[in-house]
Design a protein around this ligand. Structure first.
Ligand SMILES: CC(C)(COP(=O)(O)OP(=O)(O)OC[C@H]1O[C@@H](n2cnc3c(N)ncnc32)[C@H](O)[C@@H]1OP(=O)(O)O)[C@@H](O)C(=O)NCCC(=O)NCCS
Length: 146
């Protein structure tokens, strides 16, 4: 398998959009076209803290990791929040998500980020993968939609 992990590029839009729709179906979420377009534009922007990496197999975009860099009060260097991770169903189980996460780990070490973190549902089977990167923390999340 010829796998490349790289920055998202403008030419990826149609393929990314298809994957994004699959991701939203997985979460049974209804992200509007307006928000989707805005997310896409922020990923391509040099000034936004949102950024995207894609997994390309034999020239086709088959997965993505979307992240946000933010500041923290306990550290002075950036913290990376991996917000969205998705691999096309037909390509799962080949280590692609592992490579997407590992690429963030490598980039963060190189650029001096202090931390990488992500959330998932307690029952998400992908935890088998996540547990191989780092032990789970004993925290729960509270979230209010405002
Ligand atoms: C989660 C997801 C990105 C994993 O992608 P992937 O490329 O198939 O994952 P990998 O092949 O890198 O997984 C590596 C390991 O984790 C296990 N694993 C990962 N996802 C798994 C899943 N959904 N079910 C069972 N095992 C899984 C693999 O079996 C493999 O274990 P092994 O190395 O012991 O064989 C993909 O299943 C997906 O897009 N799911 C729907 C969206 C989602 O859940 N996103 C994450 C939200 S936090």
């Amino acid at each position: 398998m010829d796998l490349i992990i790289r920055e998202v590029q403008a030419k990826d839009k149609a393929q990314w959009r298809q994957l994004w729709d699959g991701y939203n179906q997985f979460y049974q979420s209804d992200v509007s076209d307006e928000v989707t377009e805005n997310t896409w534009q922020r990923m391509l922007s040099d000034t936004s803290s949102v950024f995207g990496r894609v997994a390309e197999v034999d020239g086709e975009v088959v997965g993505f990791a979307l992240s946000v860099l933010h500041e923290g009060t306990w550290v002075t260097s950036p913290i990376c929040y991996l917000e969205d991770l998705f691999v096309a169903e037909s390509q799962r189980g080949k280590g692609i998500a592992r490579q997407l996460i590992q690429a963030l780990v490598d980039e963060g070490k190189e650029k001096g980020w202090s931390r990488l973190y992500w959330h998932t549902a307690t029952g998400n089977p992908a935890r088998k993968l996540y547990d191989q990167f780092t032990p789970v923390e004993d925290y729960v999340r509270y979230r209010m939609n405002l």
